[in-house]
Design a protein around this ligand. Structure first.
Ligand SMILES: Cc1cc2nc3c(=O)[nH]c(=O)nc-3n(C[C@H](O)[C@H](O)[C@H](O)COP(=O)(O)OP(=O)(O)OC[C@H]3O[C@@H](n4cnc5c(N)ncnc54)[C@H](O)[C@@H]3O)c2cc1C
Length: 437
């Protein structure tokens, strides 16, 4: 089997990434669908347990939503996950340390809050932080009691309540709080400290972890049959048979029915997928010829814009000449539909609102992440809608002990995150090994 290293190289040369069908093994113990954080960790664990496996990845690269782009700005920049959340307990932390990655603790804050285009006073910012802490507590209490919309916990006394709700909802959980189950809020791992940023990129860390695992790239799974013995996995490169398969596709990909199941998914599984739609977080990196004007490295800026069109900027991470804009939730979907130019214009106009002509002084170029339309993600990460907090259990539950599901949305802890996806991969691999024993 070809490894992804060779195929990535061919990809870089612009060569066809089609893997000849005969290079897929015809029969293995376990097929892992997807080489993102969950799939790679599942594969790693299954190999440790002595299983014969095949990892099938639709894209021409591994990592999935962990992706460091070093081409656009000539420096590594995470287009997918960037913060290593819950770092004291995250499976990637020891790897990052062992491999000498450069780590920087950073918690996104309301330190640089602008209201109506004006930087707020230190008192207002302190008040905003208190409102934020208060909202967290209220959300936790609400979630423990009821599976209702997280927005129920917002107080709505003044504009600070709205801006804090955006910061807490769309910018963190990738959905507006009226679309998030308060109970599911308790499962989320986004922003659980300690939070570390990685200079060389979280995506490159995940890719390095995956380096040792043979992956068939550009191999899209189209159908999984589990009606006979074992499973039959049909791809654009041929068909494999296995005892069991682990599907790690996002709920966006599952909902779009990119994989057909035979027999069709039972109603409870379809309900689980529908109860966990993808949220969206989109990044708008802006490059300048000079870094650290107005703000220092790793400082935060949050601009409140009318109509929940708020934008957060991570300033000059690792002294790079980049301001990384973030939009989330409904507004991120709206901007994604409008396209890259609109998004970059929006981010630049936001800077002009705050900094006047300074915003244009050193501007070089901008970019916009495209997870909304990426056919193998179709969003950023999943959040349970109000009333559907138990959907994660349904998503995790295997079909006939043959088709298993793993990934950020299935994570036993810290859902939505890359570390949570890794845990889900490991736990699912162990579950599979038990079934096969
Ligand atoms: C903009 C953005 C910012 C984020 N920020 C953070 C952050 O700061 N910290 C954090 O921890 N997390 C963050 N996340 C979330 C994190 O990236 C994901 O939770 C995690 O990477 C998901 O891993 P996964 O293995 O579950 O899914 P994926 O990474 O999506 O892996 C699934 C793989 O399956 C492949 N696949 C899908 N369908 C098929 C098919 N039919 N056939 C073959 N292959 C298929 C896909 O191509 C993909 O490679 C962010 C995500 C985004 C998009």
């Amino acid at each position: 089997m070809h490894t992804h290293t060779r195929r990535a190289f061919l990809g870089a040369l612009g060569a066809s990434l089609c893997l000849p069908a005969q290079s897929l093994p015809s029969e293995v113990d376990v097929v892992v669908v997807g080489a993102g954080s969950a799939g790679l960790h599942a594969a790693h664990r299954l190999r440790q347990l002595g299983m014969r496996i095949a990892v099938l990845e639709a894209r021409g690269r591994i990592g999935g939503r962990a992706y460091t782009n070093s081409d656009t700005f000539g420096v590594p920049l995470d287009y997918g996950c960037a913060w290593l959340h819950k770092a004291d307990d995250n499976p990637y932390t020891p790897l990052a340390r062992e491999w000498g990655y450069t780590l920087q603790e950073h918690d996104a804050s309301l330190e640089g809050l602008y209201l109506r285009g004006q930087l707020t006073s230190p008192e207002v910012r302190q008040r905003a932080t208190r409102v934020e802490q208060d909202l967290s507590k209220r959300l936790e209490k609400l979630g423990e009691r009821r599976d209702v919309a997280a927005a129920t916990a917002i107080r709505r006394r003044n504009e600070l309540d709205d801006v804090v709700a955006t910061f807490h909802g769309p910018m963190s959980s990738a959905v507006d709080l009226d679309e998030l189950s308060a109970r599911d809020y308790l499962n989320l791992g986004t922003d659980v400290p300690p939070n570390l940023l990685i200079k060389e990129g979280y995506g490159s860390l995940v890719a390095r972890f995956g380096n040792q695992i043979p992956v068939s790239l550009s191999t899209a799974v189209r159908q999984i049959r589990y009606d006979g013995q074992g499973v039959q996995v049909e791809t654009n490169q041929g068909t494999l048979r296995a005892k069991v398969c682990i599907v790690t596709s996002s709920t966006g990909v599952l909902a779009a029915e990119k994989i057909r199941f035979h027999p069709p998914l039972p109603a409870w599984k379809q309900d689980a997928i529908a109860g966990l739609p993808m949220g969206l977080l989109a990044k708008i990196p802006l490059q300048f010829s000079q870094p650290e004007f107005r703000y220092r490295a790793f400082e935060d800026v949050l601009l409140e814009n009318p109509g929940k069109r708020d934008i957060y900027f991570l300033c000059w991470p690792f002294q790079l000449n980049l301001l990384v804009g973030f939009v989330g939730g409904d507004f991120a979907w709206e901007l994604s539909a409008a396209g890259e130019q609109e998004a970059v214009d929006f981010a630049r106009n936001s800077l002009r609102r705050m900094w006047g002509s300074d915003a244009d002084k050193y501007f070089v170029k901008g970019d916009f992440t495209k997870w909304a339309s990426d056919p193998w993600a179709l969003g950023a990460y999943a959040a349970a809608t109000p009333g559907n907090a138990t959907a994660r259990e349904g998503l995790r539950r295997p079909l006939a002990d043959r088709v298993f599901f793993a990934g950020e949305a299935c994570a036993p802890r810290w859902t939505q995150t890359c570390g949570g996806a890794a845990l889900s991969g490991v736990e699912t691999a162990e579950q599979v090994a038990k079934v096969l024993a």
